[in-house]
Write a protein that binds this ligand. Structure first.
Ligand SMILES: [Zn+2]
Length: 254
């Protein structure tokens, strides 16, 4: 289990940077929530905690204490830049080597690849959340709220998703996260459903005589005559067509 602590910067009485009608605290929360949702929906073996889930005031000490007490494997702090400029930069604590620097490389590159942000480089700084965390920690600055071109992108929910997706892709490489196995549907070709078992068996034997492999399955209080089951829908369609040509009322259920 990989434990990732996500820290949406600012919140509550601390709006963070403001500009172009935007408040940093709202953008950081949207990005963080999307990172969390994508990780929870698409990956297994990953556990998430957030320093805040809503618009609440949380001190820097409370953020790092929460991550330290939880014994997180990684601390990811999300911010939006200000002060003039454009693009993306990321920070680790000065002088820390691998694995923190490796994580920075992977996440930084994936965010750039996904967002096409101007690349301002991988940096280091003596920030509280980087210094006081006992686990590897990264802080990302996602665009400039006071630069119109960046702010316009930050107003677009698809772009927020791209920022989140970039972070997730980086986390996937950094921590070798595994995608959930999605179960593909099974397409069953059925030529009848009967309340009376004998009727189902009669249809099944007619189909057998015409060369179909048949099975009578009791499901949902009906005796169903099945002649095939496929993971590929086209194969199911082909068999259903053959059964129709042989005079059966074939249809596909999944
Ligand atoms: Zn900030």
């Amino acid at each position: 289990m990989v434990k990732i602590f996500i820290d949406p910067g600012h919140g509550g009485s601390d709006s963070g940077a403001v500009g172009n009608g935007l408040q940093e605290k709202n953008i950081t929360l949207m990005i963080a929530q999307q990172i969390r949702n994508i990780l929870q929906n698409e990956y297994e073996g990953v556990e998430i905690r957030m320093s805040r889930n809503g618009d609440s005031t949380v001190s820097l000490a409370a953020r790092t204490n929460a991550a330290n007490n939880w014994n997180a494997d990684f601390f990811l702090s999300i911010h939006v830049n200000a002060g003039g400029g454009t693009g993306f930069e990321s920070y680790i604590f000065p002088g820390v080597g691998a694995p923190t620097s490796t994580y920075q490389n992977e996440i930084h590159e994936e965010v750039i690849a996904e967002t096409r942000f101007n690349n301002r480089g991988k940096k280091s700084a003596n920030f509280h959340v980087l210094r006081e965390t006992i686990m590897p920690a990264l802080l990302t600055e996602n665009g400039f709220i006071d630069t119109a071109i960046d702010a316009n992108q930050l107003k677009d929910s698809n772009f927020i998703t791209k920022i989140a997706r970039g972070h997730v892709n980086g986390l996937e490489s950094a921590f070798s996260l595994q995608k959930k196995q999605t179960q593909s549907p099974i397409y069953r070709v059925q030529i009848g459903a009967f309340k009376v078992k004998e009727n189902a068996e009669k249809t099944a034997s007619q189909a057998s005589e015409k060369g179909f492999d048949t099975a009578v399955l009791f499901r949902d209080n009906l005796f169903k005559v099945q002649i095939g089951a496929f993971s590929n829908r086209n194969n199911a369609e082909r068999l259903a067509q053959r059964a129709r040509e042989a005079g059966f009322n074939a249809f596909i259920t999944s």
